[in-house]
Design a protein around this ligand. Structure first.
Ligand code: SAH
Ligand code: SF4
Ligand code: F3S
Length: 482
């Protein structure tokens, strides 16, 4: 965690500063006084629990939210039996929303037993006005609601709720603001996500993300490199550069920078061992990027390249802006440059108008590319998106049948592909002690495959060579090589 402000030196008896992040450090100091009062009365610090739904973006946002709560003085709770509960929500598919509503019922019961408990909701689902209306009407026990553009304001909103004794709601439709230098608490000491950009401008016709995450904004390279240098100083070996479409990084900066250029700068950070990034949109993955990946010693041998569908007709309706043939050509180019690369993807089945022939095209891509793994999704109708009003929605049973066939294909190929490095010795970044076998540790290969091998807990966070002795389909058993 890095903290550029000394809370003990902040005067909370004057008006709050206007500029960020100074304003938030002021409110963190105010909330800290409340935490101290709580501690005096109860003999312990109040506990906070954050539940994160959705993607890596939300996971990274939750690390920032945790950083703010820890700076205020909350201790960590293991579950919802806490004084402060925050759900960081996702709305990419309808079932993500249903899970949150289900959990809210449970929180209501807990709050009846512990009325001083505070419940906060943030994240992508809160950027939908219908959702917020529903919560204001039917879930009145919620205390704080904010969205994706103003997570940095958690302390200010918490203070507002503590003072005014009514629901604090703050939602921004979009923003051009990027607030730097707030605290962040990492889930893992040795690896961290790093946002390089926010939002999305692609408007794939099924996707709600551009509506809830706003327009694309890139952080300046010097801010990103500065953050990575600090992370490495504090023990980070691997960074995951995060953006909805990292390949369009830097286009809108005052001094434009390409993603390939940014990667070269990240590579130069001393002490950093591994670089990952997510997500790459196939439509603008450049030759320059492929060259940088080929020549890099730190970029991991893994590329997540969502295809979504194998049918050029459906891809057009999805507004993906590439064809099946262009996707396959891109895969060939990447494999020619980085032969051992592991490729993973996302696939949607049941997009409006998808026929059996279209679906066969998707199976064909799966068989041709032989992905290491694929996240497969049943198309979900999202409000405001163009696909939601297309009139040729596919029947549920047809979609379910296609989904099952796709999954079987993906899994069969994946089991074969994942064993490709058997009997080789490869570097493993050790992530944790093995939860199943005593005396073992678990780590990842550069291509993201898990490896279990006998080792001391002190290895966590280091990169060691491991002989891959046995393949178990999706992971290896190994032993340490000297
Ligand atoms: N920016 C990333 C994806 C973010 S969403 C990209 O473009 O690749 C993660 C995945 O969720 C998508 O790749 C897509 O496969 C899936 N997804 C998005 N909207 C969906 C919807 N309406 N129904 C089903 N799956 C969806
Ligand atoms: Fe959604 Fe497409 Fe943007 Fe990915 S690129 S977040 S799928 S709109
Ligand atoms: Fe979900 Fe928001 Fe990510 S909708 S997938 S958490 S950007």
């Amino acid at each position: 965690m890095y903290n550029e402000f000394d809370l003990d030196k902040i005067d909370i008896n004057v008006e709050p500063p206007i500029e960020e992040p100074a304003r938030q450090y002021y409110y963190m100091t105010k909330c800290r006084e409340w935490v101290w009062e709580f501690e005096q009365k109860n003999g312990r610090r109040p506990a906070a629990f954050i539940q994160t739904f959705g993607c890596q973006m939300n996971a990274r946002d939750s690390e920032k939210l945790t950083g703010i709560l820890e700076t205020i003085g909350f201790c960590k709770a293991e579950d919802e039996h806490a004084e402060f509960v925050l759900y960081n929500t996702c709305t990419v598919r309808e079932n993500a929303n249903q899970r949150v509503y289900g959990r809210l019922g449970y929180l209501n019961a807990l709050k009846k037993k512990n009325p001083r408990m505070l419940i906060a909701l943030c994240g992508c689902m809160m950027q939908e006005p219908e959702v917020v209306e529903k919560i204001k009407k039917s879930y009145r026990f919620v205390d704080i609601i904010f969205g994706t553009h103003n997570i940095f304001k958690l302390a200010e909103l918490l203070w507002q709720r503590l003072k005014q004794q009514k629901m604090a709601v703050d939602l921004w439709e979009d923003t051009s603001l990027i607030v730097e230098n707030l605290p962040a608490e990492r889930k893992y000491p040795f690896k961290s996500g790093v946002n390089i950009m926010f939002g999305c401008n692609n408007f794939c016709s099924y996707c709600i993300v551009p509506y809830v995450r706003g327009r694309e904004r890139s952080r300046k390279p010097q801010e990103i490199i500065g953050e990575i240098e600090k992370l490495v100083e504090s023990g980070v070996a691997e960074v995951m550069l995060l953006g909805q479409n990292v390949n369009s990084y830097g286009k809108n900066l005052d001094v434009p920078v390409t993603f390939a250029d940014l990667l070269k700068q990240v590579e130069a950070v001393k002490g950093l061992k591994r670089i990952r990034f997510m997500t790459s949109h196939p439509k603008d993955l450049s030759d320059e990027l492929i060259e940088v990946m080929r020549d890099s010693k730190k970029i991991c041998s893994h590329l997540h390249l969502p295809v979504q569908s194998g049918s050029s007709r459906i891809l057009k309706a999805m507004n993906r802006r590439y064809t099946k043939e262009q996707y396959l050509l891109l895969v060939d180019k990447i494999r020619a440059a980085v032969p051992d690369i592991s490729l993973t993807t996302d696939i949607i089945v049941g997009f409006p108008g998808e026929t059996e022939e279209d679906f066969q095209e998707t199976l064909d891509v799966v068989r041709t590319v032989r992905f290491d793994s694929a996240f497969t999704f049943i198309y979900s109708k999202r409000s405001k998106t163009p696909a939601a009003s297309m009139d040729n929605q596919v029947a549920e049973d047809v979609v379910k049948d296609r989904f099952d066939r796709l999954l079987a294909e993906v899994q069969a190929i994946s089991a074969q592909v994942c064993a490709r490095d058997l009997h080789k010795t490869m570097d493993v970044l050790v992530e944790e002690t093995d939860s199943h076998i005593e005396g073992y540790v678990t780590g990842r290969l550069s291509n993201n495959t898990l490896v279990h091998f006998p080792g001391e807990p002190s290895l966590v966070g280091s990169v060691v060579p491991v002989y891959l002795e046995e393949s178990k389909g999706f992971y290896y058993m190994g032993k340490r090589a000297e």
